[in-house]
Design a protein around this ligand. Structure first.
Ligand SMILES: *[C@@H]1O[C@H](CO)[C@@H](O)[C@H](O)[C@H]1NC(C)=O
Ligand SMILES: *[C@@H]1O[C@H](CO)[C@@H](O)[C@H](O)[C@H]1NC(C)=O
Ligand SMILES: *[C@@H]1O[C@H](CO)[C@@H](O)[C@H](O)[C@H]1NC(C)=O
Length: 389
């Protein structure tokens, strides 16, 4: 195993790269051969190729059933016939920055950092960009009419020219240590700009979904604004006492009222973050602050987090929709704990931590076979496997 220098940590939102094994296995071979390796048995081992095992949730009703990477339940639209009914007034917003530190990287070091996914090889910087492109790819398949805003450090030389994608610089402190804090600030600045824009063109309403960039949107999300007409902002929750809320998905209704309340809410989260959770600023501070704001509201009943059902609650004047992570922010749980498989109505898959390789492999798989359900079997069978980036 090769110890890789801290390259991956040059890029935000991702966890550090650890080690990799000297061979790989392309998705295409995997699909054709249908021979799967066992789940890793050695703790802490990270793989540089897909490792598939049994699919969790086997035999459970309303959970995806797979035979190899063939889905037995067709969970989603066939992409060709799919036309987003709601997507024309929705935008995704993500914070992404690149650290211009690759300049100092020696060529041999750069070469030893290359990883191969499918037929492409990526340096650490290219991996980060590949994740961003894959994020865009999935959205453009499942919600083709949506716009995507990438909020970034004006000092970073991020350039991405794709239809429907706008790079949106916002001044701030984007160092790795401050990133999660800056992310909330950037969201607030973005909402302020939208509020001003709305005052100029009141008829131009667009809803916003703020997400991490390591997610795959696998179904149309526009329906939430339609089906739950009364919320101002929405978060995803899970049954976890310490961290019931995930900050990786925040939906905001694009009315002046929705944007204003979301902005105030995030300002409160920011204040709590700064006053209570600065020691956790690198990774979890925003989630802890978010949970604190929600739970500190006297009428809030935290036991509602124990069941994966959508609910609406008033939190400090804002009407907040709580969406179960199982559907809107699905990640295989890490470490011990129950793992109930994948709901048939999953809409967002979050490739948290060292699952970025799986995100790229999933896109390649989808690109070859054009079937979201089968691709979800690939994701599901990969389970808790940790990959090399
Ligand atoms: C999913 O597929 C399995 C296997 O074909 C089947 O037994 C199950 O009823 C299906 N689930 C749903 C909700 O259709
Ligand atoms: C990888 O293969 C696909 C077709 O299978 C092709 O479109 C793509 O350009 C190739 N990428 C590279 C980096 O060669
Ligand atoms: C940060 O400090 C708070 C109390 O001030 C404590 O409850 C929390 O566990 C600390 N978090 C970390 C990650 O050290």
């Amino acid at each position: 195993m090769t110890k890789v220098p801290s390259g991956w940590r040059r890029f935000l939102i991702f966890l550090p790269l650890l080690c990799f094994l000297p061979y790989f296995f392309s998705v295409r071979e995997l699909h054709q051969s249908k021979t799967f390796q066992d789940l890793p048995t050695k703790k802490g081992k990270k793989f540089d190729h897909l490792v598939l095992g049994p699919a969790a949730g086997e035999g459970l009703p309303n959970r995806l059933q797979c035979q190899g990477t063939k889905a037995l339940n067709k969970t989603h639209f066939s992409t060709s016939s799919h036309a987003s009914t709601f997507g024309n007034n929705i935008a995704f917003v993500t914070v992404f920055t690149i650290y211009n530190s690759s300049l100092g990287v020696r060529a041999d070091e750069r070469a030893s950092n290359l990883v191969v996914v499918g037929n492409a090889s990526y340096s650490t910087e290219e991996r980060s960009m590949a994740i961003l492109h894959t994020f865009v790819n999935f959205i453009q398949v499942t919600m083709p009419k949506t716009n995507i805003f990438i909020l970034t450090d004006p000092a970073s030389d991020l350039s991405i020219s794709r239809n429907g994608v706008t790079v949106y610089p916002i001044q701030g402190e984007y160092s790795r240590d401050k990133l999660m804090l800056q992310r909330i600030r950037s969201y607030i600045a973005f909402l302020e700009a939208r509020l001003w824009e709305l005052s100029q063109k009141p008829e131009h309403i667009s809803h916003y979904i703020f997400t991490d960039s390591d997610i795959a949107v696998v179904d149309d999300l526009g329906h939430i604004f339609h089906d739950f007409p009364n919320f101002h902002l929405a978060f995803t929750f899970r049954n976890n006492k310490a961290q019931p809320l995930n900050s990786g998905f925040i939906a905001v209704r694009g009315t002046a009222d929705g944007i204003l309340r979301a902005k105030k809410f995030l300002q409160e989260v920011l204040e709590i973050y700064k006053s209570k959770y600065m020691n956790a600023s690198r990774m979890l501070g925003d989630q802890l602050a978010l949970a604190w704001v929600v739970k500190s509201h006297p009428s809030f009943d935290a036991s509602r987090f124990s069941k994966p059902r959508v609910f609406l609650e008033d939190v400090g004047g804002a009407s907040v929709l709580f969406l179960p992570c199982a559907t809107y922010n699905w990640t295989p749980p890490e470490g011990a704990g129950q793992f109930h498989g994948m709901p048939l109505d999953v809409k967002v898959v979050h490739f948290k931590g060292s699952r970025k390789r799986l995100m790229l492999e999933s896109w390649n798989f989808f690109n070859s076979y054009s079937d979201i359900s089968d691709m979800l079997c690939l994701v599901l069978k990969s389970g808790r496997t940790k990959y090399d980036f």
